[in-house]
Write a protein that binds this ligand. Structure first.
Ligand SMILES: Nc1ncnc2c1ncn2[C@@H]1O[C@H](COP(=O)(O)OP(=O)(O)O)[C@@H](O)[C@H]1O
Ligand SMILES: [Mg+2]
Length: 394
């Protein structure tokens, strides 16, 4: 019995998983989850693409590493695999929680873990009556939000199931709040309601923290995080062009993150999460002058250009291993640059002095890792993923 990688498109993370499995001597098979027919009938189960029958692969699989990219498809994939008696990482129960930011926050909040103040209104911005007349609810929704959150401090409206900073909108005025609420439209991914959150006064960075658990072992939180940093936008996602730095995590943060993992993974033998966290630096006696910091970030952006160039180099598709060596080399030059080290030490110091103000706001169940998390933190997420999968094989 073996481990299968369920995937939609083979990207760098999937190629990285494949390379890592080879290095660890782990047998990994591949399960496409796109343009494939899964059939149930009285004759049993069948699975094939137009060109290939996958039944044998399915029958030989004990554990599925689920890398389907859309949250919907990933949830469906884990559920199907569990119904076919496969173990999954992550399980459909975990996928169900992580699908929704609100569900994730509810679980963390119930366990007493720090989360941003969050308000959910189940009503949509507008409703259509049977006679097709439109009813506008923006004003009422805005009033409900403003009764709990202050516009002076900033109100963040967010898509419950979004990704990559899409539909994360900041309002500082009533007009902005109304128009941001209006932007939220129910769809297949975000079927109901509107979520609002207090604006966390993070400085210029936020954190991505990796926690994981193998069957029969204690949860582990990796001791450094991926910090995404920049002054471009209040959303510091790397998709929005921010830079990445390694951030040292104090023990208290490692303990809290492990608890988050335990809470979200409860009842499951093995799991992995990339937790998104922010530090609410309310009383920041800012350590360095912001002009100095901005200048260092500009220099770091220059030093990062060669990394960006390798990332977009298409040779990764034909010779992944050679491309990866080049990526590692250029990244290491960036990480050793003076500007990188200077920004990194500002972040490390800021986390240490504000560690009690950390809040966790999202858990990603299928994080991308090859190009940022791995290079920055030194943790190749493929290793805990594969080991966690191995731990599930009886
Ligand atoms: N309440 C908030 N206060 C301040 N910044 C926020 C808040 N919520 C989100 N952000 C910023 O926006 C980014 C994206 O938000 P997040 O909730 O992680 O959604 P996603 O990553 O799915 O787009 C965060 O990494 C953070 O930088
Ligand atoms: Mg996020």
């Amino acid at each position: 019995m073996s481990i299968a990688l369920l995937y939609e498109r083979s990207e760098n993370d999937e190629a990285g998983l494949k390379q890592t499995a080879q290095q660890l001597g782990i047998d990994l098979s591949f399960m496409p989850f796109r343009k494939i027919a899964l059939t149930i009938s009285k004759e049993g189960f069948n699975v094939k693409t137009k060109g290939k029958d996958y039944l044998e692969t399915f029958n030989q699989t004990a554990v599925v590493i689920n890398r389907a990219q859309s949250k919907n498809r990933r949830l469906q994939a884990s559920y199907i695999m569990e119904m076919l008696d496969k173990k999954t990482i992550n399980t459909s129960q975990v996928e169900f929680t992580c699908y929704s930011k609100l569900r994730t926050l509810l679980q963390l909040w119930r366990a007493g873990l720090p989360v941003p103040k969050t308000v959910f209104v189940p009503c949509d911005a507008s409703d259509f009556m049977k006679n097709h007349n439109e009813i506008h609810n923006e004003v009422d929704i805005a009033d409900l939000f403003q009764a709990e959150l202050s516009l002076d401090d900033g109100i963040v409206i967010k898509a419950d199931a979004g990704t990559h900073g899409k539909m994360i909108m900041l309002s500082k005025t009533r007009e902005e709040l109304l128009s941001n609420i209006k932007e939220t439209k129910p769809n297949i991914i975000n079927p109901i309601g509107v979520v609002a959150q207090e604006l966390i006064k993070k400085w210029f960075y936020d954190l991505r923290i990796i926690v994981y658990k193998e069957k029969g072992k204690q949860p582990v939180c990796h001791n450094t995080a991926l910090a995404r940093a920049g002054f471009k936008d209040f959303r510091t996602n790397t998709f929005l062009g921010n830079l990445v730095f390694e951030a040292k995590l104090p023990q208290s943060v490692l303990d809290l993150a492990s608890k988050c993992g335990d809470t979200l993974g409860k009842g499951n033998d093995a799991w992995i999460f990339a937790l998104d966290a922010m530090i609410n630096v309310v009383d920041n006696k800012q350590q360095v002058d912001e002009a100095y910091l901005k200048a260092q970030l500009d220099l770091a952006a220059q030093d990062y250009l060669p990394v960006q160039k390798v990332k977009t180099d298409e040779t990764r598709l034909t010779n992944f291993s050679a491309w990866n060596s080049r990526l590692e080399q250029t990244f290491s030059t960036y990480a050793n640059s003076d500007s990188y080290q200077k920004v990194k030490s500002v972040i490390d110091e800021n986390i240490e002095s504000n560690k009690s103000a950390i809040v966790f706001h999202e858990a990603n169940s299928c994080p991308e890792f090859w190009e940022n998390t791995r290079l920055v933190t030194g943790l190749n997420v493929a290793v805990p993923l594969l080991k966690a999968a191995q731990s599930l094989i009886d």
